[in-house]
Ligand binder design. Structure first.
Ligand code: SIN
Length: 327
């Protein structure tokens, strides 16, 4: 059942609602992508189908009490802090409603790990917020979106489920651990070294680890005007590194930089020298690794503090939030 958008409940209540429902927030992505042919898995446009179209492709959702909200229609490569701010405001209001049992978010795969990490750090919700996506457009013979959406709803309905989660390819990952690991294969996400929280086998949820808990930074943090959000980028160390990139970022007024080093966070000598100049200029630096898995162990290769997160993408979001809290 797809409900019309009701008016928010003015008095959130601590007791379970007798008729809870889920909210489906659609933001775009390949899951809502359309191509001219069912053989075309590359030449499609992301974010074309509506939330209602996505639901219509999954007959198994017909009886599920579900309300929809089309928040955006973006290719997630273009994910913005403005959309994150809108997501946080929407989720904070919706999760406070006693009749909302959980939220499913459809998203592009490309920056899904950044949004999931951001939402878990900011909200650490006591109800499930389940992101899902697809590697093939809705028009493809190989479309993986319908099953992923059905699985996401199964997770959001699971008793005791909580936190920001990612349901994808028959696995459930923690939002602050997940990583996109493949550019094309259907099994595109992983959360090594810890691994998935649960599996979805033929529609059945098989728990492996406890649902995530955690301390929320709080939605109010994201109310700061976007112009006041710190400018944070990430820069990768590589052969023939040109330090002009770092110097230009400092001159342009960036507040924070994540340096993705080689291996366990070692930096090209040129980058190391530029990092020292950036630190002296008051720019916050964090060290990460450009490796596809693992994180910097110990202090890594130098004077730059190592990020405790597993990926440079997560490290950038963590530094952004740290600096936002300090504004
Ligand atoms: C996107 O991230 O929006 C496009 C790619 C995808 O969803 O797989």
């Amino acid at each position: 059942m797809v409900m019309a958008n009701p008016v928010p409940h003015p008095h959130p209540h601590p007791h379970p609602h007798p008729n809870p429902h889920l909210l489906l927030v659609a933001t775009g992505g390949t899951i809502a992508g359309r191509a001219a042919s069912d053989q075309d898995n590359l030449g499609y446009r992301a974010g074309e189908l509506s939330a209602a179209d996505l639901l219509a492709a999954v007959p198994g959702l017909a009886g599920v009490p579900l309300r929809t909200l089309q928040l955006a229609q973006v290719d997630s490569k273009d994910m913005s802090h403005a959309l994150w701010q809108a997501l946080v405001r929407t989720l904070a209001a919706e999760l406070a409603r006693e009749d909302v049992a959980g939220v499913v978010i459809t998203h592009g795969t490309d920056t899904l790990e950044e949004t999931a990490f951001f939402l878990q750090r900011v909200l650490a919700p006591a109800k499930p917020v389940v992101l899902t996506a697809a590697m093939r457009p809705a028009t493809s013979l190989q479309a993986d979106g319908p099953q992923n959406l059905l699985d996401a709803v199964t997770v959001a309905q699971a008793p005791g489920a909580r936190g920001v989660l990612v349901a994808f390819g028959g696995q459930v990952h923690a939002g602050d651990e997940v990583r996109k690991i493949d550019a094309y294969r259907l099994q595109a996400f992983d959360s090594a070294p810890a691994g998935p929280l649960a599996l979805l086998e033929d529609g059945r949820l098989v728990p492996l680890r406890p649902w995530p808990a955690g301390q929320a930074l709080g939605a109010a943090l994201c109310d700061r005007p976007l112009a006041a959000w710190p400018r944070v980028a990430w820069i990768t160390s590589h052969a023939g590194f040109d330090a002009g990139l770092v110097d230009a970022a400092v001159a342009a007024g960036f507040h924070g930089l994540v340096l993705a080093g080689t291996g366990n966070g070692s930096l090209h000598t040129e980058l190391e020298a530029a990092a020292a100049r950036a630190l002296a200029a008051g720019v916050a630096l964090r060290l990460s690794t450009r490796c596809a898995s693992g994180r910097v162990i110990g202090q890594g290769g130098g004077a730059v503090p190592a990020s405790p997160t597993h990926s440079a993408a997560q490290a950038r979001v963590a530094l952004l939030l740290e600096l936002l809290a300090a504004v």
